[in-house]
Design a protein around this ligand. Structure first.
Ligand code: FAD
Ligand code: EGO
Length: 465
């Protein structure tokens, strides 16, 4: 018996949609990718402002499964450690772990291009650009688009896969079709991308193989290296602070106060020019459940779980989603009616966990983390990891360098926190005890005996009562 090939519409040709198309193509489905924007491979290159992302183990594993890991790594820059910048201009590196534990700085656009081309290399994949989804029917599998001429076009498929980002149209349609819980939260911080260009000698202006971090509580800045020897900096701060920095003088005063070492690297004029011509962008955290409707629709990537970027895991989580769906389709022999609910049920806890972890980091980093505290906490984490390599894996290590399910990372961390609290408690008792002994010794050396001390306190006591 020859069955008809399943026909799948992937909505969104961003990072997750393009990768998902590669996964689904391997199953020999007929795959149509619909992307609202024009083909980024044709759009003009904007030099000097490449936007990059941190790719870690989960994302890399997914790329490996579709045979693209090497090609992507070739155009990436490894970051073996964070480099913590103090207000005084000091720089302190802290390793991520062993030699093979590093995250990769990759160019978002180049990655998207590689993924789209790889998807299209499959004869069973077709990409349609300038096609915006406006309607989905999860009973019939009909999808309606508006194309570049503003005309409505339709298609009828066996499965609609929503990979259309945080403001997903597919998700909106699912909310009309099923009992979908939905939760969205904007944070008071915005972000702005700035740049550190290559030096006049065309060299990197800072140590290249690092994730550069300027922790300043409420204000945070990071920088990731690019292949063209520039760094893309991301400045995170509350919208009202962005709004209060109105003039070039305000801006320079602010930078001299908080990020003085970055001024000569960015160049005063470039900094002013970019800041004055940019708007801070919002960050949103979105959780929903379930991720599917019957056997006809499923959402993945940011469409299912947008998160604040304080863990560098959004894309990685979306890529791991693709692995999980692939495994469920294997397990249930491409039976969508079984694979979709199983996917939704299995993955929900982990996607919710990474959204929580990202939000937790946001709260944690601005609550108390200046550069000294950042260094101390990471050093303590690394120290404990060296002493107890199997029982103390730092949370960041679990999240970035393993495929431990996100919800298990949280559980393990809770357990570690309990141990840490005990260690600190015992440490405190020992410290207090030894302090008391020292005090008595010092007093003894000065001719004060414990007995006379005792008499002294007894007299005091009696004087009062
Ligand atoms: P998107 O990349 O948003 O792609 C969605 C696609 O769908 C787009 O191409 C869009 O045009 C298209 N689309 C939308 N609506 C429609 C429609 N109606 N019809 C058809 N097509 C449509 N993640 C990391 O892993 N590491 C990092 O270091 C990192 N840094 C980040 C820094 C910042 C400042 C931010 C904001 C995010 C960061 N992320 C990072 C998260 C990462 O950018 C996202 O998780 C990732 O882009 C999600 O991919 P996606 O394909 O699901 O969504
Ligand atoms: C105390 C100290 C508590 C993204 C440090 C928590 C995130 C958090 C945004 C880094 C690295 C990739 C990132 C670390 C912590 C990307 C990341 C981290 C940022 C900001 C980021 C780390 C893009 C949290 N990974 N990370 O340990 O190096 O620690 F600083 Cl603002």
């Amino acid at each position: 018996m020859t069955e008809k090939k399943p026909h799948v519409a992937v909505i969104g040709g961003g990072l997750v949609g393009a990768l998902n198309a590669c996964f689904l193509a391997k199953r020999n489905f007929k795959v149509d990718v619909y992307e609202r924007r024009d083909d980024i491979r044709k759009a003009e290159h904007v030099k000097g402002r490449s936007i990059n992302l941190a790719l870690s183990t989960r994302g890399r594993t997914a790329l490996r499964m579709v045979g693209l890991e090497e090609e992507v790594l070739k155009n990436g820059i490894p970051m073996h450690a964070r480099m913590i910048h103090g207000v005084d201009g000091s720089r302190n590196p802290i390793l991520y772990g062993k030699e093979d534990q590093y995250i990769m700085s990759v160019d978002r656009r180049r990655l998207n291009e590689v993924l789209l081309s790889a998807a299209e290399d499959n004869p069973n994949v077709t990409c349609y650009f300038e096609h915006k989804v406006v309607r989905c029917d999860f009973t019939t599998g009909e999808v309606e688009f508006i194309n570049k001429e503003g005309k409505k076009v339709q298609n009828k498929v066996d499965l609609i896969v929503g990979n259309d980002g945080a403001f997903s149209a597919v998700r909106k349609e699912m909310m009309r079709a099923t009992l979908l819980d939905f939760q969205q939260e904007y944070i008071p911080h915005g972000y702005m991308e700035l740049t550190i260009p290559p030096s006049p000698k065309d060299e990197f202006q800072m140590e290249v193989n690092y994730l550069h971090i300027w922790p300043r509580n409420e204000y945070m800045m990071i920088a990731l290296p690019n292949l063209d020897k520039s760094f893309t900096c991301t400045l995170f701060m509350p919208f009202d602070i962005f709004a209060s920095i109105k003039t070039e003088e305000d801006l320079m005063r602010f930078f001299r106060d908080k990020f003085p070492d970055a001024i000569p690297l960015m160049g005063e004029e470039t900094l002013k020019q970019i800041y004055m011509s940019s708007k801070p962008l919002p960050m949103v955290s979105i959780k929903c459940s379930p991720y599917h409707v019957k056997d006809k629709g499923v959402i993945m990537g940011d469409a299912a779980h947008a998160m604040v970027p304080f863990y560098g895991q959004g894309m990685n989580a979306g890529f791991e989603d693709c692995i999980v769906l692939d495994e469920m389709l294997d397990k249930y022999n491409n039976d969508f009616a079984k694979a979709l609910p199983a996917y939704s049920e299995f993955r929900k806890v982990d996607d919710h966990a990474i959204c929580d972890l990202a939000m937790y980091n946001y709260v944690e980093m601005r609550k108390s983390v200046n550069s000294k505290l950042f260094l101390m906490r990471k050093k303590l984490d690394n120290l404990l990891f060296t002493i107890f390599p199997s029982s103390w894996v730092p949370l960041y290590t679990m999240v970035a360098f393993t495929r431990t399910r996100y919800h298990e990372c949280i559980e393990k961390r809770k357990h570690q926190d309990e141990i840490l609290n005990k260690v600190l408690y015992i440490g405190g008792v020992i410290l207090f005890g030894s302090l008391a002994v020292s005090v008595v010794q010092i007093l003894n050396q000065n001719g004060v005996s414990i007995h006379s001390l005792k008499d002294h306190f007894t007299q005091l006591w009696e004087a009062y009562f």
